[in-house]
Design a binder for this molecule. Sequence first.
Ligand SMILES: [Zn+2]
Length: 295
Amino acid sequence: MNKLIYFIILIVMGLFLLYVFQNEGIDVSKEGIDSYDLYDEHTLILAELENELAAEERNHIHNESDSEQDYRSMFPDLYAVYEFPDKMESENKIAYLTFDDGPSSNTFEILDILDDKNVRATFFIVGSAITREGEGALRRMVNEGHVIGIHTYSHLCNEIYCSVERFLDDYNTVNQQIYDITGKRANIYRFPWGSNNGYSRGIKDILIDEMNRRGFACYDWNVDSNDSVGRPTAYSIRHNVEKDLGAHDYPIVLMHDSDIHNLTVETLPEIIDMIRDRGYDFDTLDKRKPYIFEW
Ligand SMILES: [Zn+2]
């Protein structure tokens, strides 16, 4: 009898357990359904996110093309009148002396030497270098027939080469500054470190195009005095000019006008005599075709 009771209890417990497992089974499959729904929900959220990203990307592209238009419409006074010298008039060879980075404490002495030697040259001016005395130097340049070109306001690679807009903003400042001081508009320029430098690589072509569009002519150089490289001597500066000069009928000679370039000033009279002895006349760069490095 007892055995029968145990047997019945076992069957009841068995049924009970079966019931519990079945319910759990239902719960599990319910969870399955829930996670399926959840999966669906995730897919939906992901799809929405993707849509949003795509929309943002379209917006971004749209904004970029907007800003492309923007820099063109910015600085409405930043235009130049430049007459392209379609041929170089003279039958003589012509050398173009250029001085970058001034004005400086050396500018007046350079102007004295040029005056003494009856030579016209080109000065690529840095706006932030213009002191009160420098203003006088700029006016003297114009009065004595030299030409002023623009070499940016800050001459700082991280300022001028981070975007087209920043370059134009900087350039606009010095352009106005030179006009206010001299009453003349500059129409030629030289990039700090030349047109082909490591800092502007990403925007170089856009910059040149935009500056062309605004009427400014760009000039690199083809004879480097290397007065800013290593430890130059008066001899090395003169020698560097002399060795590359002969390869060009219209050499553009790079030199510097800054407080530290005393050696350039010291050797300038000899450089001028040497160039003249080799049969070159001198003129200002605006009379020469624009020149941009090909490399
Ligand atoms: Zn420079």
